[in-house]
Design a binder for this molecule. Structure first.
Ligand SMILES: [Zn+2]
Length: 89
């Protein structure tokens, strides 16, 4: 889903560094409990500092997915690969 015009217009420049923003397809990793979900989504990305800005609907969607992960309601998610914890120092 492409970004809405009113969202793009609300962010003329990066609120963090004042850099130029570009609409980009980005990868997002969401965590809920011990599970993670990966999705590709449109965001405004700062060309200078790399900060990402998501519309409110997208943020709500992230929250919904995180909630589902925590409750292990994964029926509408597709299982791809496994995740492992590697030993630290
Ligand atoms: Zn920036």
């Amino acid at each position: 889903m492409a970004l809405e015009r009113r969202f793009k217009e609300a962010f003329a420049l990066c609120p963090v560094c004042g850099g130029e923003l570009a609409e980009k397809r980005v990868e997002k990793l969401l965590r809920g409990g011990t599970d993670t979900a990966h999705l590709e989504i449109d965001a405004l990305v700062c060309r200078r500092c790399g900060e990402r800005f998501y519309p409110e609907e997208t943020v709500r969607r992230f929250e919904k997915i995180r909630g589902k992960l925590s409750r292990e309601e994964t029926d509408d998610l597709t299982l791809v690969g496994s995740s492992y914890e590697a030993p630290g120092d």
